[in-house]
Design a protein around this ligand. Structure first.
Ligand SMILES: CC(C)=CCC/C(C)=C/CC/C(C)=C/C=C/C(C)=C/C=C/C=C(C)/C=C/C=C(C)/C=C/C=C(C)/C=C/CC(C)(C)O
Ligand SMILES: C[S@@+](CC[C@H](N)C(=O)[O-])C[C@H]1O[C@@H](n2cnc3c(N)ncnc32)[C@H](O)[C@@H]1O
Length: 402
C-alpha cells in the first residue's frame, strides 16, 4: 500500500504514533502537456522520495551540493520559526542599532542589557550564523549586510516587533484555516476590519496601527514613487492615507503637488497633526469619512489606494471601487499600490506571508494584478494597466482611469 502523508497524533500519556494516510489516485490531466507533466513529476518524486537514491546522490560530489542546497532550503523553512526569533531578539535588544555606531565587543553589548555576558555571546553567535552580524576578530562584532539593512530601516524593525502579535495568532494555523471566525490578536489590532461601528475605533487603536504604517511607509513610498511619476498631476488624493506619510513622501519629490487625504475621522485627525508637524498643512486638505459609503472628494486629478484593497474581501472591494466610481470625475487617474501575487520570487514570498496574515486578520486577500484589473473593470474603470516596481516583495502597481 502507498502512503502520501504522515501525521503525528498524540495518544494518551506521552506516546505518539504515526498515522499514515493512503494516496488518492492523481486526477487525469486534460491535455497532453498535462499528462506528460504528471508522468515526469511522478517519476521525479519517486526518485526524490527514495532514501536509497538520496543516499546515492550524497556520495557524488556535484549531486551532493545540489541535494544539500535542497536540504538547507527545507531546513530554513522548518527551523524558520526559530531563526525569526533570533532576529526579533536582536531587534528588541537594540543590537543592530548599537552596531550601527561601530564595532562592539560582546561585553559592550551585554552591558546594560538584561542578558549576562554568556547569554549575550550565545545570542550573538546565532546572529552571526544567520549572517546578521560578523565577528571581525574574536569577540568583536560588526553588522553584516542583513543586519545593516535592518539597523537602517525603522520600518523593518517595527514590522519585526509587531510580528509578536501575528506569531501568537499562528500558534494553531490549522484552526485559523478551518475556522476563520476564530478570535485573533490581529483582528483587534486592525480594528477597521470588523466594519461595524467604525466610528467607535478609539484614538489609541488607530494611532497604534497608523504608527506601524508610518514607519513602514519609507521603503514602500520609495518603491512606488520610483515606479509612478505623480509629477504628471497637479493634485493627489490618498484614500485610506493613514497619518499622511505617503503624501509627505510625494510632497518631497513633487513640490508642486496639491495634497488631499481621506481616512476614518479618527485617523484623519492624526493626519492633520502629522502634516502640520511636517509643515505641509498649507498645501494639504484632510477629509474624514468611510470610503465604502461616504462621497469621496472629486477635485483631484489622481487618486491613490496604498495598501487598501488587500485588506478587504472581494465584496467590500467592490463597494469601495463602486463608491469611488460614483464619486470621481471621468478622466481621474487611479493608482493602486500593494503587494500582489505573481511569479517572481519576491511576489511569491509576499503572497505566502500576506495570505496567512489576512487569514489571521480575518479579512482581505493577496490578489494578483490580473484579479485587481478585473475588479476595476467590473466597477467601470477603464484602461487598467500593471506597472512593475523594483521590489515586488513590497508592491506592484495597477493604474486605471475613471
Ligand atoms: C559590492 C560590495 C563589495 C558590496 C555591496 C554591499 C551592498 C551595498 C549591499 C546592499 C545590497 C542591497 C541593495 C540590499 C537590499 C536589501 C533590501 C532592499 C532589503 C529589504 C528587506 C525588506 C523587508 C525585510 C521587508 C519586510 C516587510 C514586511 C515584513 C512587511 C509587512 C507588512 C505588513 C504587515 C503590512 C500591513 C498592512 C496591511 C494590513 C497588509 O494592509
Ligand atoms: C493598511 S492601512 C494603510 C495606510 C496607508 N495607505 C499606508 O499604506 O501606510 C489602511 C488604512 O485604511 C483606513 N481605512 C480602513 N477602513 C476605512 C474606511 N471604511 N474608510 C476610510 N478609511 C478606512 C485605515 O484607517 C488605515 O489608515
Amino acid at each position: 500500500m502507498a502512503f502520501s502523508g504522515k501525521s503525528l497524533t498524540r495518544e494518551s500519556g506521552h506516546s505518539a504514533h504515526l498515522e499514515l494516510s493512503p494516496i488518492t489516485p492523481p486526477p487525469v490531466a486534460s491535455s497532453l502537456a498535462g499528462s506528460l507533466a504528471i508522468k515526469f513529476r511522478t517519476w521525479r518524486n519517486a526518485l526524490v522520495a527514495s532514501e536509497e537514491v538520496r543516499a546515492w546522490m550524497m556520495r557524488i560530489p556535484g549531486l551532493r551540493a545540489f541535494a544539500n542546497r535542497k536540504a538547507n532550503a527545507l531546513f530554513r523553512i522548518t527551523g524558520g520559526f526559530i531563526f525569526t526569533q533570533v532576529l526579533n531578539t536582536c531587534v528588541k535588544m537594540n543590537i543592530f542599532q548599537a552596531l550601527m555606531e561601530g564595532p562592539k565587543t560582546s561585553a559592550d553589548l551585554a552591558d546594560g542589557s538584561r542578558l549576562g555576558l554568556e547569554r549575550m555571546q550565545l545570542l550573538l553567535r546565532q546572529a552571526e550564523r544567520l549572517e546578521f552580524i560578523v565577528e571581525i576578530e574574536p569577540g568583536l562584532w560588526m553588522l553584516n549586510d542583513a543586519g545593516a539593512v535592518v539597523a537602517s530601516d525603522p520600518g523593518i524593525q517595527a514590522m519585526i516587533l509587531h510580528h509578536d502579535i501575528f506569531y501568537r495568532d499562528l500558534e494553531q494555523p490549522d484552526q485559523l484555516l478551518a475556522a476563520p471566525e476564530t478570535e485573533t490578536r490581529l483582528k483587534s489590532y486592525w480594528a477597521y476590519v470588523r466594519h461595524t461601528h467604525l466610528d467607535e475605533i478609539d484614538t489609541e487603536t488607530a494611532a497604534d496601527y497608523s504608527s506601524l504604517m508610518h514607519h513602514s511607509q519609507a521603503m514602500l513610498a520609495d518603491c512606488v514613487l520610483a515606479a509612478y511619476d505623480f509629477g504628471w498631476h497637479r493634485s493627489l488624493l490618498d484614500i485610506g492615507g493613514g497619518d499622511g506619510s505617503f503624501l509627505a513622501h510625494c510632497a518631497k519629490k513633487h513640490p508642486d503637488l496639491n495634497l488631499h487625504l481621506f481616512d476614518l475621522p479618527v485617523v484623519a485627525d492624526l493626519a492633520r497633526d502629522n502634516l502640520e508637524r511636517r509643515g505641509l498643512s498649507g498645501r494639504s486638505t484632510v477629509h474624514g469619512g468611510d470610503f465604502t459609503a461616504d462621497r469621496i472628494p472629486d477635485e483631484t486629478e489622481c487618486v491613490s489606494l496604498v495598501r487598501i484593497l488587500c485588506d478587504h474581501d472581494d465584496d467590500r472591494v467592490r463597494q469601495i471601487l463602486s463608491n469611488l466610481h460614483r464619486s470621481l470625475k471621468p478622466g481621474t487617474r487611479l493608482v493602486i499600490a500593494e503587494a500582489m501575487a505573481g511569479p517572481s520570487e519576491g511576489a511569491r514570498l509576499a503572497a505566502v506571508y500576506f495570505s496567512m496574515y489576512f487569514l489571521a486578520m480575518g479579512s482581505g486577500r493577496c490578489r494578483s494584478d490580473t484579479e485587481i484589473r478585473l475588479l476595476l473593470t467590473e466597477a467601470g474603470f477603464r484602461r487598467p494597466k500593471t506597472i512593475k516596481t523594483t521590489n515586488p516583495l513590497l508592491a506592484t502597481l495597477v493604474t486605471a482611469e475613471r
